[in-house]
Ligand binder design. Structure first.
Ligand SMILES: *Cc1c(COP(=O)(O)O)cnc(C)c1O
Length: 340
């Protein structure tokens, strides 16, 4: 089976497991795990922030990042396809008392005009106030879309002018960095809080790091404990994250090339199924035409390729560390024949 359902499927390889086995550890609730502390410092420095907090999941890092910035009873503006609003089980509303108001986009691409037209500031007792704008880079359900730096900067200056904070969901920020060459710190400077995932394309088994100011991270550390996320000898997991940062960032370019090769192979059979220009990173959204996504997922599985349905007529393929370039080309040809 060539499994392209997600880049979370990767399993740690031999060298990563050795790094985990050799990690120095301590009790992280006492802030005494040296490997966790090293990972938190490293990601914070990479993104140009003061401090970091290692979290078990990207969802928890987003939950804490938004919590730091959004007053209870205020609203967060985000894309209608944002992970925080579609895939986090309404945690921000049910646990932290914030509502989301969403905007439409093309493939998840940020348009600062759309966002700033929706800001609700000084609306007193009449309308819910906006406290936070949340953005995703790259955009998952949009299809691995990279946010243009100019749009992010424009949003930053308009939010600054209105006193609105920005949370960046950087689950795949490393893919954006590798695709564009924009420095991590440049992206990091554009948001008050950033979540950064180690278990997607970077291939660690578990973990995301939230970065912000030292004061914010001290508060988030308490809230993480409140949510049941105060862990102990987590250094074994942090070691996998450090290994991933050392060895798996630049190779994301291979995943991007494999995604493009997959899309080209699909297009050889069915040119209308995917636009090459839409393949920006490691995610390919394929239009299933007259077939339903469920039919294509089932047909592909029978032929040895696992994909996920992301719409009634859309399936998603995600390339990653555990599939080869040739696997991806072969998978593209198989999907092409299933479609046609
Ligand atoms: C995967 C993902 C997350 C976090 O997911 P977890 O499964 O909670 O680690 C957050 N945002 C985006 C855009 C993602 O793709």
């Amino acid at each position: 089976m060539i499994d392209l359902r997600s880049d979370t499927l990767t399993r740690p390889g031999r060298a990563m497991r050795e790094a985990m086995a050799d990690a120095e550890v301590g009790d992280d609730v006492y802030s005494e795990d040296p490997t966790v502390n090293a990972l938190e410092r490293r990601v914070a420095e990479l993104l140009g922030h003061e401090a970091g907090l290692f979290c078990p999941t990207g969802s928890m890092a987003n939950l804490l990042g938004v919590w730091l910035l959004a007053r209870p009873g205020s609203e967060v503006l985000c894309d209608a396809q944002a992970h925080i609003v579609r895939a986090e089980m309404a945690a921000h509303a049910s646990l932290h008392g914030v509502t989301t108001r969403t905007f439409a986009s093309v493939r998840g691409r940020l348009n600062p005009d759309t966002v700033t037209a929706m800001l609700s500031i000084g609306t007193g007792p009449f309308l819910t106030e906006t406290s936070v704008v949340e953005i995703e880079n790259t955009h998952n359900f949009g299809g691995g879309t990279v946010q243009p730096l100019a749009a992010l900067r424009e949003l930053r200056s308009r939010c600054d002018a209105q006193g609105v904070a920005i949370h960046l969901d950087g689950a795949r920020l490393a893919n954006a960095h590798v695709a564009t060459g924009v420095a991590f710190a440049e992206y990091g400077a554009l948001a008050e809080t950033v979540s950064f995932c180690l278990s997607k394309g970077l291939g660690a088994p578990v973990g995301s790091v939230l970065v912000s100011t030292a004061d914010n991270i001290a508060r988030a550390r308490i809230q993480r404990k409140r949510l049941g996320g105060g862990w102990r000898q987590a250094g074994m997991l942090a070691a996998a994250g450090l290994y991933a940062l050392d060895h798996h960032v630049e190779r994301l370019a291979d995943d991007h090339a494999a995604a493009r090769a997959f899309a080209e192979a699909v297009r050889e059979c069915v040119p209308s199924a995917v636009e090459l220009a839409d393949v920006e990173t490691n995610i390919v959204v394929v239009d299933t035409g007259t077939k339903t996504a469920a039919q294509v997922v089932a047909g592909a599985r029978e032929a040895g390729v696992a994909l996920s349905a992301v719409g009634a007529h859309q399936v998603r393929a995600v390339t990653h560390l555990d599939v080869t370039h040739d696997d991806c080309v072969r998978a593209g040809s198989i999907i092409g024949s299933v479609l046609s």
